[in-house]
Design a protein around this ligand. Structure first.
Ligand SMILES: Cc1cc2nc3c(=O)[nH]c(=O)nc-3n(C[C@H](O)[C@H](O)[C@H](O)COP(=O)(O)O)c2cc1C
Length: 215
């Protein structure tokens, strides 16, 4: 890592690469099963330490889901939640939903359940008096940085949220006050794409630009 702060802006080459990273990031559900290099993973996990958090509360908590029993519990949880989600759609939408691959939990060599510690006293309440959800948003910010760090190393991340969070928290025996933010499947992607898989599958279309209101 560069030991000094860049003077002024980063180089044009870096900025181009960064834009490419954003363009090719992808949510990955199709993984190769070969292991992720532990040193690379550790370097990417630094993203959690480096990330912004409300009041510097640093509320992210990570459970590495390793054992066959815990992975099965997480997979069962997903499959039940996904079946319930499918039951909420009708007609063409139900038929399409049933074809989507919405998690890589059978294949991903690394699986992390990421929680927000909503009982933390770190940050001393700064910034969460009127908007307590900022603690969760802080975890989201960290996951986002982690996602980009991984992708820069050629490693994919798939964010799974089709889960029953309380049941998963109980299965993983996490402390009271921890709220699930994301179940992250991590590994080398089977393929690269510039297009979100849900767009390629015809589920939804990526907007050309953000909606911005002027007042
Ligand atoms: C908070 C969050 C939760 C998500 N949960 C799921 C999920 O449960 N299953 C899934 O297949 N994708 C999930 N995704 C990935 C989105 O479907 C994906 O980001 C979107 O389709 C755009 O594709 P892209 O990330 O490849 O650009 C999630 C993404 C976010 C940010």
């Amino acid at each position: 890592m560069t030991p000094f702060a860049p003077a002024g802006q980063f180089s044009t080459a870096f900025r181009n690469d960064f834009a490419t990273l954003l363009r090719w990031r992808r949510d990955v559900r199709r993984f190769r099963t070969d292991p992720v290099d532990p040193a690379t993973l550790a370097r990417c996990l630094d993203a959690f330490t480096l990330s912004p958090s409300v009041g510097l509360s640093q509320p992210s908590r990570i459970v590495r889901v390793q054992s066959a029993a815990m992975r099965q519990a997480a997979l069962d949880n997903f499959e039940a939640a996904n079946a319930r989600a499918l039951a909420g759609y009708e007609g063409d939408a139900a038929r399409k939903y049933a074809t989507l691959k919405l998690a890589g939990m059978r294949e991903a060599p690394v699986q992390l359940a990421v929680f927000c510690d909503e009982a933390t006293r770190s940050g001393k309440g700064l910034g969460i008096q009127t908007m307590p959800e900022m603690l969760r948003y802080s975890v989201v910010s960290a996951i986002m940085q982690f996602w980009l760090m991984l992708r820069a190393e050629g490693i994919g991340l798939g964010w799974v949220s089709i889960l029953e969070p309380e049941a998963l928290s109980a299965a993983l025996a996490v402390p009271a006050g921890w709220r699930l933010v994301g179940y992250l499947c991590i590994g080398y992607p089977e393929a690269q794409s510039e297009e979100p898989e849900l767009q390629a599958e015809g589920w939804e279309t990526r907007a050309a630009c953000p909606e911005i209101l002027e007042r």
